[in-house]
Design a binder for this molecule. Structure first.
Ligand code: ADP
Ligand code: MG
Length: 218
């Protein structure tokens, strides 16, 4: 962001479904901050125990040192006086108080970069994310690749029939889907089982029936 006028902090938000590159984008921005020799601190909720505790790690194995915290208030206790930039990953798992906390940091002049899922496995706004989107100065909505049709995925499909909103997991438990292939109540699965992208590609390259029922030959 280019600033004119009075110096101030601000809030940047990066959101989207699982696998859309939120953590990669957060790490990219944080690396640039390091290159600019500004002090940065990164936090994640300790509920996200998928990977090693002291790192935020992307699905492509990029990593960045972070501090796991059990609630948002703890972030304030850990902020050093010299810190200029604060990163937060998996923000959807924090309570609503994260909104006040990041606003306080931005009011103090810090740059806050937040990444998190915008929607849960039902396609509903996830935890504090909608309000964070409202108060942020900048919002980036990333898309993944739909694992059924290869289109632009904006949804996170849970692959198990578990009703709890928070079931921490990765590739085995969730996949990215577009709006048309998203099937939160498994109603489409009963009509026609989805053909995974990899199988579709294999079928196409052999000139057989595609997922859309058209015949292609090479
Ligand atoms: P997020 O934090 O949004 O869950 P990550 O930054 O951890 O995403 O991982 C993004 C990476 O995941 C991509 O660069 C790619 O290597 C990988 N990936 C795996 N499945 C998909 C998919 N369906 N769509 C896009 N990227 C995927
Ligand atoms: Mg992530």
């Amino acid at each position: 962001m280019i600033h004119q006028g009075r110096p101030s902090g601000w809030i940047e938000l990066v959101c989207g479904p699982m696998f859309s590159g939120k953590t990669e984008e957060l790490i990219r921005r944080l690396r640039l901050v390091q290159i600019a020799k500004q002090r940065v601190q990164i936090f994640k909720p300790s509920i996200d125990n998928r990977y090693e505790d002291d790192y935020i790690i992307s699905h492509s194995e990029q990593r960045f040192l972070c501090k796991p915290v059990s609630d948002a208030k703890e972030i304030l206790q850990h902020i050093a006086d010299t810190t200029r930039v604060v990163g937060v990953d998996e923000a959807q798992f924090f309570g609503e108080d994260i909104i006040q906390i990041v606003a306080k940091l931005a009011d103090r002049g810090l740059r806050v970069i937040i990444a998190g899922l915008d929607q849960d496995f039902r396609g509903e706004p996830f935890g504090p994310m909608p309000r964070l989107m409202a108060v942020a100065e900048s919002v980036l909505k990333l898309k993944a690749v739909c694992m059924v049709c290869g289109g632009l995925a904006t949804k996170t499909q849970r692959l198990t029939r578990d009703d709890a909103t928070v079931v921490v997991g990765s590739g085995e438990a969730y996949e990215a889907r577009c709006r048309a292939c998203f099937d939160p109540d498994f109603s489409l699965a009963r009509c026609a089982p989805p053909i995974p992208v990899s199988k579709q590609q294999a079928q196409r390259s052999h000139g057989t029936q595609s997922a859309f029922g058209t015949s292609e030959s090479n």
